[in-house]
Design a protein around this ligand. Structure first.
Ligand code: GLU
Length: 378
């Protein structure tokens, strides 16, 4: 018998279940939803708060459009989700009711994470639901979210939800049994230590490209999501959703799937978590080694002087990445200036800002209070 694995005894768990588990081949599996609901009820009796992120709307709905495979175009997906989401919710409602549990549908879009007021509202409503003992069943609001602003896969959504509700563990159930050594499905890597999104991308060589008919994200998107979870200070596990009693066995410490431990700075506060979550980061600045050291080691603000180049586009208040001269993302923060303004003042002393722009919005390009260090310099 393998050694029990040390997993954090969670108080708050986000459980993400993939489309290929819930609706294999495009047919909603009430057996699987029943089995998972039974486990959710048991886990809750152990005092663990469970929030579900359920995929499967598109997978449950596409056949009603007369299709044999899930649509690849955005309108087709939106239509399929509009058909499938109520069916999915109905199945959860029925199964959880049999466990004497109430459920609630919560549909989110990436804007709910980008806009701080909406973020806090979502947090409040999820808190109210779990305070009332109701199981939230979350999905992306596929029908209204369009291409550029979509999460697109529920792995990322689940990681951001874990940060939103300050969960201590994220479990992602898919048809894969975990992260495979060199993509070989017979060799599941038991555990990995991550320190942020960067280290997750270093694991891409283990990703197998295989996908099921209804599966959406694949392993690459899971790894990315595990990296996001890790930067939010949330440990995560990828395991097979078709394994009997997988949830109970995982929480008992059984060695199933791949566990992603968290190391590295993570987000210290809820506001930091919101900044790190930076769902839609469209710009970045590259800084010189002096500025990188000042930010990471001395807790300094980012001043225009240390900026070597400005990439992408951003507004005042947008989340942007700070990149060191080796190309590593060392921090993320809220820009005080737009990308055009940042370009005009890069490399300049703060006292020059007014002369360059004709006005000043403060000395810092990103104030320390709006900045979260994400990884140590190389
Ligand atoms: N929101 C999509 C659905 O419910 C699934 C996205 C995903 O599984 O990653 O069909």
């Amino acid at each position: 018998m393998p050694e029990p694995r040390l997993i954090p005894a969670p108080k708050r768990l986000v459980l993400k279940i993939g489309s290929a588990v819930l609706a294999p081949g495009g047919k909603l599996s009430s057996d699987r939803i029943d089995a998972l609901s039974d486990q959710i009820a048991r886990v809750r009796r152990r005092g663990v708060d469970v929030t579900v992120v359920s995929s499967g709307a598109v997978a449950s709905g596409f056949r009603a459009l007369g299709l044999d495979t899930p649509p690849s175009d955005i309108v087709g997906k939106q239509a399929a989700a509009a058909i499938g989401q109520p069916q999915l919710m109905q199945a959860w409602h029925a199964a959880l009711s049999r466990q004497a549990l109430s459920s609630a549908q919560v549909l989110l879009i990436s804007d709910d994470f980008v806009n701080r007021t909406r973020y806090l509202n979502a947090r409040r409503v999820l808190g109210a639901l779990s305070g009332a003992g109701v199981v939230p069943i979350i999905n992306e609001n596929d029908t209204v979210s369009y291409d550029e602003i979509r999460f697109g896969d529920n792995d990322a959504l689940a990681a951001h939800v874990a940060g939103l509700i300050s969960a201590d563990l994220l479990i992602v159930l898919s048809t894969a049994s975990g992260l495979y050594q060199d993509g070989d499905p017979t060799r599941v890597i038991p555990s990995v230590r991550l320190s942020g999104a960067e280290s997750a991308s270093a694991l891409q060589s283990h990703v197998s490209r295989e996908k099921t008919l209804t599966g959406v994200g694949g392993m690459a998107s899971k790894l990315h999501a595990m990296g996001v979870a890790s930067s939010l200070g949330v440990a995560s596990i990828i395991a097979s959703g078709t394994e009997p009693n997988v949830l109970l066995r995982l929480l008992d410490g059984e060695q199933l799937g791949t566990m992603f431990d968290v190391s590295g700075p993570g987000a210290a506060s809820r506001r930091d978590a919101w900044i790190v979550a930076g769902v839609r980061v469209t710009g970045s600045v590259t800084v010189d080694p002096g500025a990188a050291t000042a930010i990471v080691q001395r807790g300094a603000s980012l001043l225009p002087r240390g900026v070597v180049s400005v990439q992408g586009t951003f507004d005042r208040g947008s989340s942007i990445d700070i990149i060191d001269d080796t190309g590593r993302v060392i921090a993320r923060g809220l820009a005080a200036y737009t990308h055009e303004e940042a370009r005009a003042i890069q490399g300049q002393r703060s006292s020059e800002i007014e002369a360059r722009l004709g006005y000043t919005l403060g000395e810092e390009l990103i104030h320390r209070d709006d900045l979260v260090v994400m990884s140590r310099p190389a």
